[in-house]
Structure formats: structure tokens, C-alpha cells
Design a protein around this ligand. Sequence first.
Ligand SMILES: Nc1ncnc2c1ncn2[C@@H]1O[C@H](COP(=O)(O)OP(=O)(O)OP(=O)(O)O)[C@@H](O)[C@H]1O
Ligand SMILES: [Mg+2]
Length: 224
Amino acid sequence: MIRLTNITKEYGEHRALDDLNLHIKVGEFVFLVGSSGAGKSTLMRLIYREELPTDGEILVGGIDVTKIKYSQVPQLRKCMGMVFQDFKLLTNQSAYDNVAYVIRALGMSTKEIDMRVKGALKVVGLLHKIDAKPSELSGGEQQRIGIARAIVNGPPLLIADEPTGNLDPQTSLEIMEILEQINLRGTTIVVSTHDQAIVDRFKKRVVTLESGKVIRDVYSGTYE
Ligand SMILES: Nc1ncnc2c1ncn2[C@@H]1O[C@H](COP(=O)(O)OP(=O)(O)OP(=O)(O)O)[C@@H](O)[C@H]1O
Ligand SMILES: [Mg+2]
């Protein structure tokens, strides 16, 4: 699903990723861990082509994302959902519209959009909050909307950068259980986190970064 080969990313003099290699197979659930500044967010931004590497190759679903034209980025993003620590919801729009927003641009019929949005809201257990605005929702509920938005198009890949960074332990657990369910339905998932309790509990593949390199990569792993 994702293959990073000899990836280096430099910001001026600073090397955020240093000749990094990583292969993530279809259907995997991977926790990306490591201290602040280790390069987790940088790695994720490269995967969804928010930024380009200084050097190296990034294959996502067989496509080298470093080679595609900027105009092809929306096409690439159709194949992946993104979830962010700060949710990035449209504040004056309802839950429904936040989730529908992405697929309205794709030229689907209103009926198809309606079916998909309700389906995604059902996966995250928030059908009953369909008309609520983000300000009327808890942090955990807002993140569920963020997840519904990310999966509404049925992408094969979901990338989540510290999705529970702003949530309490119980809510974090619920969010991670939703991601696990989505993974069980076949979606490949990469989640960066500092949450040791979560990582230890879920026993997934754990990839640890340090100074822009993979220093540990274990299956059914723990935080350290
Ligand atoms: N746009 C940028 N310009 C300059 N330096 C950057 C930029 N983005 C990241 N960096 C640097 O690259 C390194 C890796 O940052 P990154 O955000 O990937 O770390 P992280 O592992 O996600 O950390 P955290 O756990 O705090 O989110 C850091 O030293 C950071 O200061
Ligand atoms: Mg980060």
C-alpha cells in the first residue's frame, strides 16, 4: 500500500527525515510513535503529498506520489482519508455538511451523497447528531465527524496524525476502537500517537521514529 524508499526530507539545514525506508502492506494497522520532532507528521505529510521529499521515492497504491503533477493531487487524495489532531471541521456547518463536503465535489447524485454520508456517520455512531454544528459537539464527537469525513469516500488508506491528541483517555479509546473497526473492514490505517496506553492496549504494528529514522518496527508491539 505504502512504500517509502530512501526518503530524506530537509528543511533548510535541518534533516527531518533521514534516508528512511518503510513498507506498509494493504490491510495493516500501524502506530507511528517517537518523541516530539522525530518526524512523524513530516512522514505523513509526504504520504498525502502535502509536501515533497528532498530525496527518495514514495509509492502509494503503486503510484509514485513524488512524480505526480500538482493537478493530480485531488485524484490521489480520493484514495486516502486524513484525520487531524485539531479535527479541521467547518465550524458553521452541520455534521452532515462537514462529511458531505468532500464528496459533493465529485459529481455524485444527491441520493448517493445522502446514502454515503449517513453510512459514514453510522460507522462512527453519530447519526443522531446529523444536524449538530461542531460547537454543539464534544471533542470526541467532533473527531468522529472528522473520521466520518475521512471514510465517506471509502478510501483504501486512512492516515491519522495524533487523532486523540486533544482527547481524554476514555474518548481516545473509543476513537481508536472506531479506527480498529474501520481497519477490520479492510482499510489500511496509519496512526501517529504519543499515547502509550493506547499503543500497549491495541497490540498493532508499532514503528518508532527517532531523528528521522525508523529505529524500531515490531508487530503486535508495545510503545517501547
Ligand atoms: N515546515 C517546517 N519547516 C521547518 N522545519 C520543520 C517543518 N516541519 C517540521 N520541521 C522540523 O522537522 C522535525 C520533525 O517534525 P515533525 O513535525 O515531523 O515531528 P513529529 O514527530 O510529528 O513531532 P510531534 O510529536 O511533536 O508532532 C522537527 O525538528 C521540526 O522542527
Ligand atoms: Mg507531529
